[in-house]
Design a binder for this molecule. Structure first.
Ligand SMILES: Cc1cc2nc3c(=O)[nH]c(=O)nc-3n(C[C@H](O)[C@H](O)[C@H](O)COP(=O)(O)OP(=O)(O)OC[C@H]3O[C@@H](n4cnc5c(N)ncnc54)[C@H](O)[C@@H]3O)c2cc1C
Length: 455
């Protein structure tokens, strides 16, 4: 089969590699005229205006890492060669978990410590070397060639290209799907992102791949990267005018110094910034429906990655889900006929539940951020999670493993809340919440924070 993949981001590159492995001819078109930088550090300054999120923190979850291990081992090997580290469960959990004896299944609980630019640079490097992939950068797709409701190819700013299947991997803003008038469900995540990258001068303050906390008025996280880099992201509510000033780099730096978990990393004795402060808004959850009444709206065309299902970046799922989507497409093609229907079914089974979980979580988070009263059911669930589950995640190895599996997309969204191997213990810990000292807030309260950031 001849396939055109539009967009050489994570989903496009991963899918192109999976298709080429199955013997298909792939033309991979990328609008950004961005030749491959020489190494990960040059790639950090790569001009990737088509994917502006590349200079924001990215967590690479075990689901995506395991997929590379099992299906694209050459990419995993190249990532390790690029300076990316794999971080297993025992290194992710705090010292409050005493028993770290390896257990069966731990080999799957492994995340990647990696800058997004390094991840994409490595995928691009492998794709450029792969037989069967014709990667052309600086080629923007401007339209779809149609025969009735069948897509026969694409119109580009360099001429027309024909194919048996057009795969839209143009990411969140995808205009190709907009041309097809496909219905969608969309909600704002209610947050904006501020990220900055740093390089360690010596040893890291602690081994975690990723750590963060929610102070109510802002969420923050430190992400380990490759080659002695890390990044810090602060997310706050879109409509929180008092937090807007954090877009000023001096105020962002001041904010980082007010919270111990961030300060120990960003302390000038420990690290130095390696890039500007980056801001991003317009973050959405969105799903698009390509099948109506059991029939695809168009044939010869599918969408994968963010162009099809897009989730709040806060949960770190997009890259893993984009790669998973590529494998689902390859499975649908292998199965033979009705690729569009088979992919739609698989998308609804594997990706849409994560979209729904994001929307549900964002709704509760937004209510909390606005100080609104939650429904009784939401209040109960939130309390069980915060005062039962999270207490055990910090102290009980088995609960921590189950939670880590869920966070890393290795079980279904709410599986842990019905997992009888842990839930009786979670409810017991929750029922005894009054007997414990409340967890201290890992940072200043809002009033103190704003006062100090503005002083
Ligand atoms: C702020 C932020 C933080 C995030 N953090 C995480 C995280 O921690 N972990 C995680 O897994 N995910 C995270 N994500 C999500 C992740 O970045 C996306 O899910 C992922 O990039 C989707 O990949 P994609 O290939 O679908 O799209 P993209 O990576 O956006 O790539 C789309 C590509 O298509 C190209 N293109 C667009 N239009 C055309 C055209 N007409 N012709 C040719 N080419 C075109 C673009 O130039 C681009 O290269 C984050 C997202 C954001 C916004």
């Amino acid at each position: 089969m001849r396939a055109i993949v539009v967009g050489a981001g994570v989903a496009g590159l991963g899918t192109a590699l999976l298709l080429a492995r199955d013997g298909h001819d792939v033309v991979l078109l990328e609008r950004d005229a961005t030749p491959l930088p020489a190494d990960p550090d040059e790639a950090f300054h790569w001009d990737r205006r088509g994917a502006p999120q590349v200079r924001h923190s990215h967590a690479f979850l075990a689901r995506g890492r395991n997929l590379l291990r099992d299906q694209l081992p050459e990419v995993r090997a190249a990532l390790l060669e690029s300076g990316v580290r794999e971080v297993g469960w025992a290194d992710m959990v705090p010292s409050t978990i005493e028993d770290k004896t390896p257990q069966p299944g731990d080999e799957d609980l492994v995340m990647l410590a990696c800058r997004r630019t390094t991840f994409e640079w490595t995928l691009r490097k492998v794709a450029l070397d792969a037989a069967g992939i014709d990667l052309r950068d600086g080629v923007g797709v401007t339209g779809l060639l149609m025969d009735g409701t069948h897509v026969t190819g694409v119109r580009t700013d360099h001429g027309d290209e024909h194919a048996d299947l057009v795969i839209d991997a143009t990411g969140r803003p995808s205009r190709l799907v907009s041309m097809l008038d496909v219905p969608e469900e969309k909600s704002d995540t209610g947050i904006v992102y501020l990220s900055r990258f740093y390089r360690l001068r010596g040893d890291a303050p602690n081994p975690f791949p990723f750590m963060g906390a929610d102070l109510g008025y802002m969420k923050f996280a430190v992400f380990r990267g490759d080659n002695d880099t890390f990044s810090i992201t602060i997310a706050h509510a879109t409509d929180d005018d008092e937090m807007r000033d954090l877009r000023d780099p001096a105020r962002f730096d001041a904010a980082v110094m007010l919270v111990d978990l961030m300060r120990i990393w960003a302390d000038p004795a420990v690290s130095e910034p390696i890039g500007d402060l980056h801001y991003m808004g317009g973050l959405i959850n969105r799903v698009r429906w390509f099948v109506r009444d059991g029939k695809p709206r168009v044939t010869g065309f599918v969408a994968i990655g963010d162009s099809s299902v897009c989730t709040n970046p806060l949960y770190g799922r997009g890259c893993s889900l984009g790669l998973v989507h590529g494998t689902l497409l390859v499975d649908a093609i292998r199965a033979g006929n009705q690729i569009e229907l088979a992919l739609d079914e698989a998308t609804k089974r594997e990706l849409v539940p994560w979209y729904e979980a994001s929307v549900a979580q964002d709704r509760v988070n937004a209510q909390v951020a606005r100080g609104e009263k939650l429904s009784e059911a939401d209040e109960y669930m939130r309390s069980v999670v915060q005062d039962g589950l999270f207490h055990l995640v910090r102290t009980d190895a088995e609960v921590s493993r189950v939670w880590t599996r869920g966070f890393n997309l290795l079980s279904s969204p709410y599986a842990m809340l019905t997992d009888q191997s842990i839930m009786p213990r979670v409810l017991e810990a929750w029922s005894r919440r009054g007997e414990r000292e409340p967890e201290p807030l890992p940072g200043p309260d809002r009033e103190t924070f704003l006062l100090q950031v503005h002083s």
